[in-house]
Design a protein around this ligand. Structure first.
Ligand SMILES: [Zn+2]
Ligand SMILES: [Zn+2]
Ligand SMILES: [Zn+2]
Ligand SMILES: [Zn+2]
Length: 400
């Protein structure tokens, strides 16, 4: 590459060589053709190398712009080159999917309390406590984009006993145990469970991986988990002779990574289960593996496997993330896709800059004319005050 940085010199040299070598033999047509080909190849090599250099420069520029966009998320960054600035994404909610239709009071696993070996007791945690490092800079993974509040929450389920100190003092103790300011604040609830909220640039995963360093400061801890969305699933054909607590234990023990956020319950009423040997249960799962588990077709328990189905809850207010219409669940949509941002006939995730300048997909840019699929108004299709949104007053159905 270095030699081609000065391509003209090379080319001249080459032509000179060619002339010296071949002038006396200019009548040989194959030599002439070979000469031309050599020259052409040189030129293409030079052009390609120049393109690579330009790509490198553009990539540098892109990284710089990304950095600036992160530093000033709400104001457009100044354009170093006219017409080439991608607008920073607007501070919309992060996902095009509808929020989970279930309330999300996540509390710890029901089964764990009976399984002492699984308790993440301070000393039992397997990860070696990392040395209290003095570096304050976030890891590369944290630098990509600022985490959401949910990604900054680490939920600590406790046995109900009062905390030994105030949350302020606990926060300071945890930060000093970590040797760095990870925790911004601590929230408690009526049951003395606590939530650690990390600094804006730090993800709760970073805190979770260092839990062994500070868990001794929080006595009575029964489980620690990230604030992942709760997913509801239905498990079919469970023998009705088993107690729900027992079913929960079986499921968490024999399906690695399955974390129940509350005790399972039967899908149908006691009356309707009368005389039946097997029935369906509803489970709420959480944790980093929740989405993987939800995709499985069967779960293991009681030395057998049981059919698993995602529980889809929706009502007339549920808005489909695929077609933007109301009253059905995205996973059951049979309509053509409609873009949330421009009402175009494509998936929201396929939305691109209408003039092709911005490379970000799935988000509106400064060139996008936002148009609502419901009312054609100048707002996106999920705008809460859209006049075409159905009224919230009606009684809610609960179907699956
Ligand atoms: Zn739909
Ligand atoms: Zn679009
Ligand atoms: Zn654009
Ligand atoms: Zn609208």
């Amino acid at each position: 590459m270095a030699q081609t940085l000065d391509p003209n010199a090379d080319n001249n040299l080459c032509r000179k060589d060619y002339v010296e070598l071949h002038t006396f033999n200019a009548t040989d047509p194959s030599a002439v053709i070979l000469g031309f080909l050599t020259e052409m190849q040189q030129e293409y090599t030079t052009l390609t190398d120049n393109l690579f250099i330009q790509i490198g420069l553009l990539n540098d520029e892109i990284s710089k712009l990304k950095l600036k966009a992160r530093e000033h998320p709400s104001s457009p960054s100044p354009a170093p080159k006219p017409g080439s600035t991608p607008a920073p994404p607007p501070p919309t909610t992060s996902s095009s999917k509808p929020p989970p239709a279930v309330p999300a009071p996540t509390w710890a696993t029901v089964a764990r309390k009976n399984k002492k070996k699984k308790n993440p007791a301070p000393v039992a945690t397997s990860a070696p406590p990392p040395a209290a490092t003095t570096n304050n800079k976030p890891s590369p993974q944290q630098e990509k984009k600022s985490p959401t509040l949910r990604e900054r929450r680490l939920l600590i389920k406790r046995d109900g006993t009062a905390l030994p100190t105030s949350t302020i003092s606990l926060r300071d103790q945890i930060n000093s145990a970590l040797g760095s300011t990870f925790v911004q604040r601590i929230e408690g609830d009526a049951l003395n469970n606590i939530t650690l909220i990390t600094m804006e640039t730090i993800k709760a995963t970073a805190l979770n991986s260092r839990a062994s360093t500070f868990l001794h400061l929080i006595p009575g801890t029964s489980s620690v988990h990230l604030d992942t969305p709760m997913t509801q699933l239905i498990v079919h054909g469970i023998p009705t002779s088993h107690a729900l607590l027992n079913i929960g234990e079986e499921l968490t023990t024999f399906n690695t990574g399955l974390i129940l956020s509350q005790e399972p319950r039967w899908l149908t009423s006691n009356d309707r289960r009368e005389g039946k040997s097997a029935s369906s249960i509803v489970i709420s799962i959480t944790g980093p593996k929740a989405q993987d588990i939800a995709k499985r077709s069967r779960l293991s328990a009681f030395s057998s496997t049981f059919r698993l189905e995602r529980r889809l809850r929706f009502n007339h207010l549920t808005q489909c993330a695929r077609c933007q219409l109301f009253g059905h669940h995205t996973l059951r949509c049979t309509n053509d896709p409609t873009c949330r941002w421009c009402a175009g006939k494509h998936l929201t995730s396929d939305h691109t800059c209408p003039v092709g300048e911005d490379l970000t997909k799935g988000r509106p840019c400064s060139h996008t004319i936002v148009k609502c699929a419901g009312c054609s108004g100048h707002h996106d299709s999920r705008f809460p005050k859209c006049p075409s949104r159905p009224p919230a007053s009606d009684v809610q159905m609960d179907l699956h």
